[in-house]
Design a binder for this molecule. Structure first.
Ligand SMILES: *Cc1c(COP(=O)(O)O)cnc(C)c1O
Length: 495
């Protein structure tokens, strides 16, 4: 069965998977969604014996139906190789009654690597399949981790250029250093005076600017996106939920068919949406627990049915979740609106105009598998300390948000269904916040001293991604206002 992709905002659009990946965003500003969610066609019990790469093929071939099996196998084998520091790719670690799905063993030590190590292969394969003559320009807004993972994936990939915008004061020192030291003549990294939403809104504007599109085409370029709005990001993320289920089986934690809960630290809603798609493929998932930091717009949404971004923006210790407009929620809204593009568009229009919208009671009913929770800064820090003292397991701030939300959920409900807490970043990426939580004497230490302390405390080796930036020279130092983004793009491309 061929799966075609439609836009969440109009009924006319209908494209193949490879075309959707090339385009990134639909012309009408909507997000591409599969016409139907295919069923997982392997027996659950078999998952226990499958490698990550085999699971990836089993999942991705169901969604990306215009890629041949050979093409997908090629993309998968290139993506999930020794760039990851463990053969398991996504290991599951048990600690304090939960299983932490560690998605940070890739080249940039954040979960974005799970999708961004394969996206460049999916995209260049798509370009060849569609006889795309233009050079692909990846435009990306980042809250910190996407930027580096996308840069690492696309650096020096022939036929592509990549431009990354990040909020100058909204990322961790390690995140910023990772990006501004990026090598590769086709890369460009720019700081924005503003927050992530300003950067993301700016990028969306560039995407929907028809004049700009024409001008670029004349000069031989076309835009695409490496953000989680690209369906080529989302599909590879479904894989690790299926993989985690297999690991739980092989660890003897569950039997085939038994349901699990998943707990996901959430920002742009891509990761948890992939879990929702996995559930709709037939993976036995009971609750999808959506964990937010103090920017708890999603918690309030699941509580009240009202999405309202008109509120104070908090800079937290989990910057990759400091987001008030969760782009991928649109895909869920579209689905619970009965795949009604008109209805979805009216909500999104309201969001753009007034900053809020309210869904119907019927739609809320369809969201009953989702549970929202949030952690304050203090609770996040306390969670890191507690888990370290109890189990000597060190988690990063984002994972700690999820871990706290899960702990409270379990206390409140007594639900002891086997649970996967998604661990989205290495603690090394957020060493300052992590070390301040477990050792109050670290206050005045420098970033790399903290990293050495963390190494001693956790007993885990310092990842190569961190060692690299100790001495790497800064190669990108542009900082601009959000309204200067278009000019900056032209400067880089037309130089
Ligand atoms: C991106 C990111 C998140 C949020 O993921 P979404 O898919 O945007 O919800 C959480 N934690 C870390 C470390 C991230 O990099």
């Amino acid at each position: 069965m061929d799966i075609m992709y439609r836009s969440t905002r109009s009924t006319q659009t209908r494209v193949t998977a490879s075309r959707a990946i090339l385009n990134g965003l639909a012309d009408d500003g909507g997000l591409y969604v599969p016409e139907q969610i295919p069923a997982l066609d392997i027996p659950l019990s078999k998952l226990a014996d499958m490698t990550y790469q085999e699971t990836a093929l089993a999942v991705m071939r169901k969604f990306l139906t215009d890629y041949t099996e050979e093409e997908l196998s090629y993309c998968i084998s290139r993506a999930y190789d020794s760039k990851f520091d463990t053969e398991e790719i996504a290991p599951l670690t048990e600690a304090d009654n939960a299983c932490y799905l560690e998605l940070f063993h890739g080249p940039t030590i954040a979960f974005k690597d799970m999708a961004l190590s394969i996206l460049p292969y999916l995209m260049t394969t798509a370009a060849a399949k569609n006889q795309e003559k233009h050079e692909i320009v990846i435009l990306t807004a980042t809250s910190g981790d996407t930027g580096k993972a996308a840069l690492a994936g696309f650096a020096d990939v022939p036929g592509t250029k990549i431009i990354v915008f990040y909020p100058k004061d909204g990322v961790s020192p390690v995140q910023e250093r990772q990006m501004v030291t990026q090598k590769g003549a086709n890369t460009c990294v720019i700081g924005i005076r503003g927050n992530f939403d300003d950067a993301q809104t700016g990028v969306k504007k560039l995407f929907s600017d028809r004049e700009l599109k024409k001008e670029l085409e004349q000069k031989g370029f076309c835009f695409s996106s490496a953000n989680s709005i690209n369906i080529g990001r989302l599909v590879p993320q479904i894989v690790y939920y299926v993989h985690a289920y297999g690991r739980l089986l092989s660890m003897g934690k569950i039997s085939a068919g038994e349901k699990i809960n998943v707990v996901v630290p959430t920002g742009n809603f891509g990761n948890i949406l992939a879990a929702f798609y996995a559930k709709n493929m037939g993976l036995p998932i009971a609750k999808l627990i959506c964990a937010s930091n103090e920017n708890k717009v999603l918690f309030d949404f699941f509580e009240s049915g009202v999405y309202n971004r008109n509120r104070e923006f908090h800079l937290t210790s989990s910057p990759s979740m400091d987001i008030l407009i969760s782009s991928n929620l649109e895909r869920l809204i579209y689905r619970v609106a009965g795949e009604d593009a008109k209805k979805n568009s009216s909500f999104m229009e309201s969001l753009a105009k007034t900053g809020s919208y309210e869904i119907t009671a019927e739609m809320r009913q369809a969201l009953s598998d989702f549970i929202g929770g949030y952690a304050t800064e203090e609770q996040t820090s306390e969670e890191i300390r507690q888990l370290y003292e109890k189990e000597h397991y060190v988690i990063d701030t984002h994972t700690a948000v999820a871990s706290h939300v899960y702990r409270s959920y379990r206390l409140e409900t007594g639900d002891d269904t086997a649970a996967v807490v998604v661990s989205t970043a290495s603690p090394y990426k957020f060493a300052r916040s992590v070390m301040q939580s477990i050792d109050s004497s670290c206050k005045d230490l420098g970033d790399f001293e903290l990293i050495d302390r963390l190494c001693a405390a956790s007993g885990t080796p310092v990842p190569a991604a961190i060692e690299e930036i100790r001495t790497a020279p800064v190669l990108h130092d542009q900082v601009i206002r959000a309204d200067e983004m278009e000019a900056a793009v032209k400067r880089f491309l037309f130089a």
